[in-house]
Design a protein around this ligand. Sequence first.
Ligand code: HEC
Length: 132
Amino acid sequence: MKTGILLGSVVFAVLSFPAFGQVPSAYKQKKEISFETDVRPIFHDYCLNCHIPGGRGYNKSGLDLSSYESLMKGTKYGPVIKPGESFTSALVVGIEGRASPQLRMPWGMNGTLSKGNIDIIKKWVDQGAKNN
Ligand code: HEC
């Protein structure tokens, strides 16, 4: 009886103690990504030469990445961002080259977006794709 209680509290203590490995990622997760200071500069550096009115990407898809409003409008087929769902957002599918390697964005550059930049965009979408 007494041993049972003791065993129970040991199990409880072990289960409720956070694994050390999870601390850094939980910490990173908390950092709020800003559209203005984190995401927009990536679009500026890697996407805007094609995704503004008159550019190749805009002419073909209708996607204008020069502002939050135009990004959220998406392509002529519809939105490319689903707030909270980076995995199924067309823009993330595009930068990860999951639809087809030929359509990986930035287009024609063999996927020069770094994993770090891709993670910033994904996190921003997962945090609700806010105009922040
Ligand atoms: C060199 C020009 C170029 C650059 C740079 C470029 N794109 Fe594109 N983008 C295109 C073209 C062209 C299309 C249309 C592709 C097609 O439908 O054949 C397109 C289409 C897209 C689409 C729509 C795909 C769909 O689902 O229909 C998304 C999303 C996209 N680009 C995102 C980006 C992002 C994000 C960047 C920057 C990281 C980027 N693009 C950089 C040319 C470019």
